[in-house]
Design a protein around this ligand. Structure first.
Ligand SMILES: *[C@@H]1O[C@H](CO)[C@@H](O)[C@H](O)[C@H]1NC(C)=O
Ligand SMILES: *[C@@H]1O[C@H](CO)[C@@H](O)[C@H](O)[C@H]1NC(C)=O
Ligand SMILES: *[C@@H]1O[C@H](CO)[C@@H](O)[C@H](O)[C@H]1NC(C)=O
Ligand SMILES: *[C@@H]1O[C@H](CO)[C@@H](O)[C@H](O)[C@H]1NC(C)=O
Ligand SMILES: *[C@@H]1O[C@H](CO)[C@@H](O)[C@H](O)[C@H]1NC(C)=O
Length: 448
C-alpha cells in the first residue's frame, strides 16, 4: 500500500468512526419506530461538522492516525460503510409497500370484540396446527377467545394480504427462529396464507430442528428452526428438550446461526427458557469438555449476552438492503390468578374474559427483561424491527390452551380431579392471539 492510498484509507475510516460516534450521541430508542435505527437523520449542523472534520482529516490524515489507530484495528470497513450510507441516504426499507400513519404505535391499543371478521381462519381448516394448540378439537367449550381484534389507538392495522405475502416471498426464504411460542406464531402465519395454495403445491416437513413449509408454485419456503436460547444449549434437541437444569453456551450463536444464513426474512424470539429462577448457568468452554467451566449469571445478564450475540450475528450475516429481521418480545404466561386480583390458587383455566385493567403487566421477569431488550437494542445500529407484543398479550388470560390440548403424557386421576393443576397457561390456542402477532408482523413488514 503506498503512502497516499494508505492515508486515504485512514481518512475514510476516520470519518466513518466519527460519524459512528456522533450517531451514537443521538440515537433515540423508540419502540414505535419501525426500524429501531432507521429514523435517525443528520441535522444540517451535524453534517457541516462532519464535513469539516473530514476536510481536516484529509489534510492531516497521518497525524490523526495514532488517535484512531486502536479503533481502526477492530474496524469492519465494508460493514460500517454500508450501514452509514444507508443512514445518510434514508434508504427504502426492503419489502415496504406503504407506511402506517406517522407516529402511530401499533402496539398501543385495545381489544375490540369482533364477531364478523375474526377469527381469520377456522381451526378445522388449517391442517398444520399441532395438536398442542387445537383447543376446539380438545373440547374447549367456548369460542369467545377467537373473536377479538387488536385496535391501535391512533391508526388501523393494514388488512393481512396473503397474496401480497406470497408474491413477496417468491423465490425466497422466511424463517422463524426460537422456542415453542415462536413455533405457534409460525404455524399461525402458515395458516393465514395456505388457503391460496392448492393442495398438491404445498407441503410441510420436519428435519430435526427445522420445519419447512414449501409453497411450490411460488418457490418459497416458510421455516421454523428450534433454538430456544438462540445460543447453543442443552435444550437444543427438537424433541427431547424438557430439561430443568438448563445450560447455555457463551459465544455459540453460529452453532445454530449457520442454518439461518441466506434467509430473506427472519423472525426471532427467546424468553421463556431463560426463566429458570434467578440465575442462569452459562458454559464458557464447550459441551464436549470433560471438566466443564460453568458460571452462574443473573437471568438479565445471561439474556443480555444472548441479545448481543444475536445482534452481532445479524450485523455480520444479514444485508440490510435486501433482508428484514424481526424480534418478537416476551410472550406472557397467566399462571397466577393473584396477578390480576383474583383469589389465590387459580390460573388461566376457566378464564373466558380479558383483563380489563389497561395498566396490568403481570409478574415474572417481564419488566427487567424488557429493560434489557430496550437497552441492548437502543445501543445498536443493527436494523431489527421489534414486535412489542407483550403488553397486548398480557390482557389475554382467556387465550391460552389451558387443558384443551394434547397432553405429553396421560393424566393421573388426581390431576383430572383438579384441572387447574395441569392447565397450560403458556401456549395459545390457534386461531387466536398469535394471528394478531402476525397481523402486526405483516404491518411492520410492508408498512414500516
Ligand atoms: C480490539 O480487539 C481486541 C481483541 O480482539 C481487544 O483486546 C481490543 O480492546 C479492541 N480494541 C478496541 C478499541 O475496541
Ligand atoms: C393484495 O396483494 C395483491 C398482490 O400483491 C394485490 O394485487 C391486491 O390488490 C392486494 N389486495 C388488497 C385488498 O390490498
Ligand atoms: C428458488 O428459490 C431459491 C431461493 O430460495 C433460488 O436459489 C432458486 O434459484 C429458485 N429457483 C427458481 C427455479 O426460481
Ligand atoms: C368456571 O367459571 C364459572 C364462572 O365464570 C364458575 O361458575 C365455575 O364454577 C368455574 N368452574 C370451575 C371448575 O372453576
Ligand atoms: C413495549 O411496550 C410496553 C408497553 O407498551 C412498554 O412499556 C415497553 O417499554 C416497550 N418495550 C420496548 C423495549 O420498547
Amino acid at each position: 500500500m503506498n503512502k497516499l492510498s494508505h492515508s486515504h484509507y485512514y481518512s475514510i475510516a476516520m470519518w466513518l468512526s466519527l460519524v459512528k460516534v456522533l450517531m451514537q450521541m443521538k440515537a433515540p430508542f423508540s419502540a414505535s419506530s419501525s426500524l429501531l435505527r432507521g429514523k435517525g437523520r443528520l441535522s444540517p449542523y451535524l453534517f457541516t461538522l462532519i464535513a469539516f472534520i473530514l476536510f481536516v482529516a484529509i489534510l492531516y490524515g497521518q497525524d490523526f492516525m495514532c488517535i484512531f489507530d486502536e479503533q481502526l484495528q477492530n474496524y469492519s470497513y465494508s460493514d460500517k460503510l454500508s450501514s452509514t450510507t444507508q443512514k445518510v441516504k434514508q434508504q427504502k426499507v426492503p419489502f415496504a409497500v406503504g407506511k402506517v400513519e406517522e407516529g402511530c404505535d401499533v402496539f398501543s391499543g385495545s381489544w375490540i370484540r369482533d364477531e364478523l371478521t375474526r377469527p381469520l381462519y377456522e381451526e378445522s381448516e388449517c391442517p398444520y396446527i399441532q395438536p398442542q394448540l387445537t383447543c376446539q378439537e380438545h373440547g374447549r367449550p367456548d369460542k369467545d377467545y377467537q373473536h377479538w381484534r387488536w385496535q391501535p389507538h391512533r391508526c388501523d392495522i393494514p388488512k393481512f394480504n396473503a397474496s401480497l405475502v406470497l408474491e413477496t416471498l417468491r423465490g425466497k426464504r422466511m424463517m422463524f427462529v426460537g422456542d415453542s411460542l415462536n413455533r405457534g406464531q409460525y404455524v399461525s402465519f402458515v395458516c393465514l396464507l395456505h388457503r391460496l395454495i392448492s393442495e398438491d403445491e404445498k407441503s410441510m416437513e420436519t428435519f430435526d430442528s427445522l420445519t419447512v413449509f414449501t409453497a411450490k408454485e411460488y418457490n418459497a419456503t416458510i421455516e421454523f428452526y428450534w433454538a430456544p436460547f438462540l445460543l447453543e444449549s442443552n435444550s437444543d434437541n427438537a424433541v427431547i428438550h424438557r430439561i430443568s437444569d438448563r445450560i447455555v453456551r457463551k459465544g455459540s450463536i453460529n452453532k445454530h446461526g449457520r442454518n439461518w444464513k441466506g434467509v430473506d426474512i427472519l423472525v426471532f424470539n427467546t424468553y421463556l427458557w431463560w426463566m429458570t429462577g434467578l440465575k442462569m448457568k452459562v458454559l464458557l468452554g464447550s459441551f464436549d469438555d470433560e471438566v466443564k467451566e460453568i458460571v452462574e449469571l443473573s437471568t438479565e445478564d445471561a439474556y443480555r449476552m444472548a441479545m448481543k450475540s444475536m445482534l452481532r450475528w445479524v450485523r455480520l450475516n444479514m444485508d440490510p438492503k435486501k433482508t428484514r429481521v424481526f424480534f418478537t418480545s416476551m410472550s406472557p404466561s397467566h399462571g397466577k390468578s393473584i396477578d390480576w386480583g383474583d383469589e389465590q390458587g387459580g390460573n388461566c383455566y376457566n378464564q373466558t374474559t380479558l383483563i380489563d385493567d389497561p395498566t396490568y403487566w403481570g409478574s415474572d421477569c417481564r419488566r427487567s427483561i424488557m429493560e434489557v431488550i430496550g437497552e441492548v437494542f437502543s445501543k445498536s445500529k443493527v436494523p431489527i424491527t421489534f414486535l412489542n407484543i407483550t403488553q397486548l398479550s398480557n390482557y389475554r388470560r382467556d387465550a391460552h390452551t389451558s387443558i384443551y390440548k394434547k397432553q405429553w403424557s396421560p393424566l393421573t386421576a388426581e390431576q383430572l380431579a383438579n384441572p387447574i393443576s395441569y392447565a397450560d397457561c403458556v401456549h395459545w390456542c390457534l386461531p387466536g392471539l398469535q394471528d394478531t402477532w402476525n397481523e402486526l408482523l405483516f404491518a411492520k413488514l410492508f408498512y414500516p
